[in-house]
Design a protein around this ligand. Sequence first.
Ligand code: ZN
Length: 91
Amino acid sequence: MTRQSPAAVLNGVQVGNICDRCNKRVKTGDLVRAYATYYDADGWVVRRVWCDKCSSTTIGLPTDGADEVIVEAVYWSGRLVGAKTVDRSRP
Ligand SMILES: [Zn+2]
């Protein structure tokens, strides 16, 4: 089974509106970045969401061997829209 592109899967996914680093709210229309992991049982799951100011464009977290990705997207009424991959642990 081919693993779907994270950007395609995460586009439209529901996320919280609090930055996981500075605890500020993000508003509809704000640029955000999200860190997500892939496990066979769950597929792509968003683990963290950061506002534009706090976010990194590289994974930079300790890896546990999962397929990991950073996507950049616009926060829109509780969802990620226009998601695109900016970094991924596996090519
Ligand atoms: Zn922040």
